[in-house]
Write a protein that binds this ligand. Sequence first.
Ligand code: NAD
Length: 497
Amino acid sequence: MAHTITHWCDGKPFTGTSGNTAPVTNPASGQTTGQVALAGLEDARTVIQAAEAAFPSWRDTSLTRRTQIVFRFRELLNERKGELARIITAEHGKVLSDALGEVSRGQEVVEFACGMPHLLKGGMTENASTKVDVHSIRQPLGPVAIISPFNFPAMVPMWFFPLAIAAGNTVVLKPSEKDPSAALWMARLWAEAGLPPGVFNVLQGDKTAVDELLENRAIKAVSFVGSTPVAQHVYATATAHGKRVQALGGAKNHMVVLPDADLGLAADAAINAGFGSAGERCMAISVLVAVGDIADALVEKIAERAASIRTGDGAQNSDMGPLVTRAHRDRVAAYVDAGEAEGAALVVDGRQITVEGARDGFWLGPTLLDHVTAEMSVYTDEIFGPVLSVVRTDSYDAALELINANPYGNGTAIFTNDGGAARRFQNEVEVGMVGINVPIPVPMAYYSFGGWKNSLFGDTHAHGTEGVQFFTRGKVVTTRWADPSHAGIELGFPQNA
Ligand code: NAD
């Protein structure tokens, strides 16, 4: 029977008063498995108030104590990550090994946040002016909002909340309504780790909940991840309400293969990065740019490999799971129809795939389109499904021009054995995360994650030192203690002496 997926407010489940819910489905069976609460305005305000009330004492809790709790959360997460992975697979559809990988990448940020005492150390200058000392400190902002997408229900929230919490902020997480249970599971884990009530809250809902987070004066900063149109709305609205914002948007990631590359390795990489998680990754490769006369051989190798991918229930023995909802599956299939109609060559067609015993799942098999051009909708739009488009170019310069003209700039990769060409690419390409013979270059937790252009609005990226910067404000203190040498009145602007 479908269960209710509640909010989490002030250390406990909270049903809310709106009475509105939305169905949550298992994408492999097509069955409704839960009803998620959708916050009304009053519910959103109740949850925000809990975060606001918890802030003063959490800010004043010592760094040692705060990071001990983060460390305990890490230990519990590490012990039980299998449970969380199963929840992700059941609501998102990705295969279990992929769900476990997602949790592990999130856990790395928790581990980075355990070093917060070191990361928050300020600077100190003795005797900057005669007998005057200067030091800098970084302080938390207050209650902050995290609004996350469906495709990484655990990892994306973990890009932000470990740092926000360790730095002394309180959090309201608004997960995607398509797979909301992971957030609730993590809230329970925080409670078990000893986090005081109100420091980590979950607000379930849709636009109503998001818009209240963007406008409510108690919320001091917003970390958003989702599609570009919503990221633009979030950035415009929250900054207009005086908040600090980092809004990560959509993507269209190109993988360039130069003629000297090892085509077998490049084909493996294209398969993994194009079809892993059914293409529902913001760092998925959706465009393969074949340079020179290798295109036919490369397409053939990718097609051979695509035929061996087992599409099926992520909880069973399969390589690729279903898409997240039926509507999304149909939208992706419509792009394949359009690509064909616009003149692309359909090399592998995933539209007719069936999965034994799971006829109602949201299936779409790996799909490969060749001879795609920059005008076709399969190229211009973010599809977010297992559809790999091959664009053929005759030179490195044409490949670079294509990528730099694209409005997105999240991730990209180049495959080559020529170090000089790779070095030139990393220097010239207008994209935030670059892989050299690495198709999904997701930075480690101690670096920062973020794209350029329409893939990120704001000026700080997620996690790493930029994440610490985002969740804290700087303060510089200039100190002089009474000393007879400083006596006397001086109305001029302070100058160093
Ligand atoms: P989405 O934009 O539909 O939803 C993201 C969040 O915004 C959800 O919590 C949703 O409830 C909320 N939302 C949706 N519509 C809204 C509206 N009109 N007003 C206010 N809030 C709204 O994105 P999604 O489909 O859940 O996720 C996929 C998208 O996320 C893709 O575009 C993908 O590229 C992007 N993404 C980007 C990154 C990155 O790092 N740049 C990472 C993961 C996903």
